[in-house]
Design a protein around this ligand. Structure first.
Ligand SMILES: Cc1cc2nc3c(=O)[nH]c(=O)nc-3n(C[C@H](O)[C@H](O)[C@H](O)COP(=O)(O)OP(=O)(O)OC[C@H]3O[C@@H](n4cnc5c(N)ncnc54)[C@H](O)[C@@H]3O)c2cc1C
Length: 442
């Protein structure tokens, strides 16, 4: 098949092109922005991505994992910074499990570089998809440099054009197409802090850093060049909000009051702070994810989620693996392939979308309190005692278990763990675990 088109050369579109090329297809990828390998910058998206097990699994399957790992900084846990400057360390697992922090640009360049080394993949940058005639599979594309418009008929179209997908917008007009979009009530701005005066990381590099402050928070991600990216999450309006933090004095007051331990590193790196827009976060759900045997949506185009679990790109990479598998299994019937892909994946993505909303509250607030820390410790202890059990964070980040299953496990153990915490497990506590065995924790 010679006319397979991917719209969008973001993280997911680039990886999908590799999967499709390996399955024997000739692929053309159309991207509205310029070529990042020519130094043409992209839109203002989050600077960092943390990759976890399921993302790496999809990268490893096409031989990209080790290249990507070289550009990552592993974070083995989170450091919680309280307002009085004390810090607490919470490891992610019992065996040095890590999230891998990488700059989005680095990840994108690695994927593009690799995809372009494949003979059967062609990239067309500065080509924006304006429209799609679904019945004929005809895309209208605009060369944004020359303004030239061209129409291309494709046999198969994969829409990896992100949360505001132009292809999905066309599908939204179809009868029976369901769609929802919900903005989170907070936005974020990023501040990059350079290495310290000795040329070292300004914070412990092998951890993510969180300053939870109830209705708002600051998160720090390590970069390979020894800088840190801080992401300041605030409500849009209100007493402490993006609206109220509108001057150098206001941001200084905010940091000195709530994040005093990091102010000295931040103060000289606020030059772009007020010029940069507040970035939004959105949950997008839709269904179906395909049109006949012609079009399939993938990545954020069909399931944008909040970044609290750091799963959006990981999930998009997992989509690529699943979609490629479904295509292989139904080579003679693409409609069946698309149906198998979307029905297998949709319930998982609905589950993680829900969990991400819940987890934002945990990050803002609970992560810093004693009860959460106790729960965290207990869950890790239980994991040692009962290897069949793992906390939800672990199952999401460090396994390839379906998101739905991870949520089911969490729900079935939630009451037992609540009860154990209530008893403060200071005496022998009998608990019924899923297997209905009664176990005694001394
Ligand atoms: C603050 C924040 C932090 C995050 N952190 C993490 C994290 O730690 N870990 C993680 O796994 N995920 C994270 N994510 C989610 C992750 O960024 C997304 O899930 C991921 O980028 C989705 O990839 P995508 O290729 O589907 O979409 P995108 O990355 O949005 O790429 C879409 C591409 O399509 C192009 N495009 C759009 N419209 C058109 C058009 N009309 N014509 C042609 N091209 C078009 C765009 O220019 C872009 O290149 C985070 C997101 C946010 C907002």
């Amino acid at each position: 098949m010679n006319n397979t088109i991917i719209v969008g050369a973001g993280l997911v579109g680039s990886l999908l092109s590799v999967y499709l090329a390996r399955a024997g297809f000739k692929v053309s990828v159309y991207e509205r922005f310029g070529d990042p390998l020519q130094g043409e910058s992209r839109s203002g998206r989050s600077v960092n991505i943390t990759l976890s097990t399921r993302g790496f699994q999809a990268l490893d399957a096409v031989g990209l994992g080790d290249t990507v790992r070289q550009f990552c900084v592993p974070a083995y846990g989170r450091v919680i910074h309280s307002q009085d400057g004390r810090t607490t360390y919470q490891p992610y697992g019992n065996h040095q499990e890590a999230l891998y922090s990488i700059r989005r640009d680095d990840l994108s360049k690695i994927l593009l570089d690799f995809a372009r080394s494949q003979e059967s993949i062609e990239f067309y940058f500065n080509h924006k998809c304006l429209d799609l005639d679904l019945p004929t599979g005809t895309l209208t594309l605009q060369d944004v440099v020359t303004d030239r418009i061209e129409r291309i008929q494709a046999e198969k179209i994969f829409a990896a054009d992100g949360a505001y997908s132009a292809v999905r917008q066309k599908m939204q007009r179809l009868k029976g197409f369901n769609y929802s979009q919900e903005y989170f009530d907070q936005g974020y701005k990023e501040i990059v802090i350079p290495p310290d005066s000795q040329g070292n990381w300004p914070l412990d590099r092998n951890a993510l850093h969180i300053w939870p402050r109830d209705r708002f928070m600051l998160i720090g991600f390590p970069n390979l060049d020894k800088s840190f990216t801080l992401s300041l999450h605030l409500p849009y309006q209100g007493e402490i909000s993006h609206e109220s933090i509108d001057s150098p004095q206001a941001i200084e007051n905010l940091f000195k009051t709530y994040f005093p331990d990091i102010w000295e590193s931040v103060r000289s790196n606020l030059a772009n702070y007020f010029a940069s827009p507040v970035e939004t976060m959105v949950t997008i759900k839709c269904f179906p994810w395909s049109y006949q045997d012609k079009v399939a949506l993938i990545g954020d185009a069909c399931h944008a989620i909040l970044p609290s679990y750091g799963q959006g790109a990981n999930a998009g990479f997992e989509d690529c693996q699943l979609l490629a598998r479904c295509i292989q299994q139904h080579l003679d019937n693409w409609q069946d392939a698309f149906k198998a892909y979307e029905t297998a994946r949709k319930p998982d993505m609905d589950a993680i979308a829900h969990l991400c909303v819940e987890h934002f509250t945990v990050l803002h607030d609970a992560v810093g309190n004693a009860e959460f820390q106790e729960r965290n410790k207990l869950e890790r202890q239980l994991q040692i005692l009962y290897p069949d059990y793992a906390p939800i964070y672990y199952n999401i980040a460090f396994t390839d278990m379906s998101y739905r299953k991870a949520w089911e496990i969490e729900r079935s153990y939630r009451n037992i763990i609540d009860e154990m915490l209530e008893n403060r497990f200071n005496s022998a506590t009998s608990i019924a675990l899923e297997s209905r065995q009664f176990c005694t924790i001394a």
